[in-house]
Ligand binder design. Sequence first.
Ligand code: ZN
Length: 72
Amino acid sequence: MAKMTTRKTKTCPYCSVPLALNAEECFSCKRKVGKVDKHGIAGKPVNYKAYIICLIIWVALYLYIRYVPWKF
Ligand SMILES: [Zn+2]
């Protein structure tokens, strides 16, 4: 018979302290934590801000290469 365990805590992936299942931020290291995985470890949430900044840089680079009149 499968063992059913109801988790009440998840573990911070950065500093390994137990957190509440619905916690979005670690009280110990103040880092954002995501949903709990099957091992009871909180996930590391996707850093959308970093993705957006990266995307903007790539678009700017593309526009720069595309529209700057290269004179050699
Ligand atoms: Zn932590």
